[in-house]
Design a protein around this ligand. Structure first.
Ligand SMILES: Cc1cc2nc3c(=O)[nH]c(=O)nc-3n(C[C@H](O)[C@H](O)[C@H](O)COP(=O)(O)OP(=O)(O)OC[C@H]3O[C@@H](n4cnc5c(N)ncnc54)[C@H](O)[C@@H]3O)c2cc1C
Length: 452
């Protein structure tokens, strides 16, 4: 009997999701196997979320919950302690996201060191631009380098810049429009006295405003969203309220949560529900998921995705002195008026029209997940060939429970998997570290079982 060749895998995207999957695979695979990790940013490990150089950008999860390994809960805290001569930040601290990026990088570095001359991990600082799937393997085409042939590939492509909101399409390409709020170069070019309209009032807006405050911005900043809701802040709260999971329809689940917060701290209720959200969401009919997105999402998001206390204090302070104004409304027209932009909007709940004159509009409507509209070569190529399809809610890509992607006809792709935010349509609660770390470990176990 001929022995099976050690497997080779291609992971596209080396943010937290792709990097952690690589680490778990390498811990399980025999020598001779290959893990190809492909990252277009050049920097491996940090991804979009954890590459920010601004130390005001804090994790929105306490350090004690940010271990990369569910079975080693103190792993991140121990790493943090090793970085400090004194005690370092405690478990309840919210540390800078850039520091977390260095932690993830250290996991890859440790893995490379552990290979001890037996190379299993191959790093490709390149962009994957296409992926051909065949009966005997998959070939990943690169923007610069040679193609890579693998047994199976994983899309861990993460978060994309926000989509142009409807009503603002005419701004695309304008020098007055900041399409990618995470692009430090672009925001550095904004003059200190410029008046800014930020679209969105969630955590992306918070990041952007912190950048501006740190740069000593003097001009007025308006943040506008349909409801003008700001994320809540983290605060000490009792332990999670034990939640008995039930297959409830949307309205009954909401009633149950409302009932729970009447007698418990709301944070403890959300924390108790969180471990059950994936299975509840997965069993919810698509129509009810759509209703959730239409009516409840803004409230869910501000309770679930909270600001670190120090971040909340700075945002409150900026609002208090008039540097930041949060508006609830929907913009109607945006027109060039000399060197500025004239904005007409409809304040929420009123017939009157509001007016603003600003120098820049900054799109902070949050990461785009509508794959039908994402302009990336790899995504476009895979969609064109019918190898993948967006999920029914345009939250990500269609996957089955084992994270295998579905093609345009809904058939399971045997050699192509999704990981992290890519799978949000199916699982909803899968975009933050505590969920991704489990998904990455489970996927590594499955890949090894399927291909070794
Ligand atoms: C601004 C921000 C802050 C966040 N803060 C927190 C937090 O504090 N705590 C928390 O738990 N979660 C946070 N999150 C949630 C975040 O989604 C996850 O924690 C996690 O970082 C997601 O990792 P990822 O690798 O899936 O995505 P990403 O970090 O987006 O990484 C994906 C990587 O794939 C690369 N890539 C994409 N396409 C290609 C291609 N074709 N070829 C090669 N490379 C490609 C990208 O360059 C990128 O580096 C935050 C998210 C954002 C956007």
């Amino acid at each position: 009997m001929t022995e099976r060749k050690p497997p080779s895998f291609g992971i596209i995207g080396a943010g937290f999701s792709g990097s952690l999957l690589a680490v778990h695979l390498l811990r399980r695979l025999p020598h001779g196997s290959r893990v190809h990790l492909i990252e277009r940013r050049g920097e491996f490990g940090s991804g979009l979320a954890f590459s920010t150089p601004n130390s005001s950008h804090l994790l929105n999860v306490r350090a004690e919950r940010m271990s990369a390994f569910e079975r080693e809960p103190a792993h991140f805290q121990n790493w943090l302690a090793d970085q400090h001569e004194d005690e370092g930040p405690g478990g309840s601290a919210f540390v800078p996201r850039g520091m977390y990026g260095r932690y993830v990088q250290s996991l890859l570095a440790d893995q490379l060191a552990a290979e001890n001359g037996n190379r299993n991990l191959y790093l490709f600082p390149d962009e994957a631009v296409d992926l051909e799937l065949g009966a005997d393997g998959a070939v990943i085409q690169m923007s610069g380098g040679r193609p890579v042939r693998v047994d199976a590939a994983v899309l861990a492509v993460g978060n994309f810049p926000p989509q142009v909101p409807s009503g603002a399409e005419a701004l695309a390409g304008s020098p007055h429009y900041v399409a990618n709020p995470w692009d430090a170069e672009v925001t550095r070019a904004i003059s200190h006295d410029a008046a800014l309209l930020v679209i969105g009032s969630g955590l992306t807006m918070v990041d952007f405003v912190l950048n501006m405050l740190d740069r000593g911005h003097r001009g007025p900043i308006y943040a506008m969203s349909r409801r003008g809701l700001l994320p809540h802040r983290h605060a000490p709260s009792p332990p999670p309220v034990p939640w008995v999971p039930e297959e409830l329809p949307l309205s009954a689940q909401v009633r149950k949560m409302r009932h729970a917060v009447e007698s418990h701290d709301w944070r403890a209720v959300f924390d108790g529900v969180r471990p059950h959200t994936q299975s509840w969401w997965s069993n919810l009919p698509v129509e009810q998921r759509k209703r959730f997105l239409r009516h409840l999402r803004p409230w869910w998001d501000i309770h679930r995705h909270r600001m670190a206390p120090e971040v909340a204090r700075r945002i409150d302070e900026a609002i208090g002195r008039g540097a930041l104004t949060v508006l609830a409304g929907r913009f109607q027209t945006i027109e060039a008026e000399g060197q500025r932009l004239a904005i007409r909007y409809r304040p929420r709940g009123r017939d009157a029209q509001g007016h603003l004159a600003v120098d820049h509009v900054v799109n902070c409507s949050g990461p785009s997940s509508d794959y039908g509209a994402i302009e990336q070569k790899l995504v476009r190529a895979l969609l064109k060939r019918g190898a993948i399809r967006p999920d029914a809610l345009s939250l990500g890509l269609d996957v089955d429970v084992s994270l295998k992607l579905l093609d345009a006809e809904g058939k399971v792709q045997p050699r192509l998997y999704g990981l992290g935010p890519v799978t949000k349509g199916r699982f909803w609660e899968c975009t933050a570290v505590p969920e991704i770390r489990r998904q990455a470990e489970e996927l590594a176990e499955r890949l090894v079982a399927d291909w070794l």
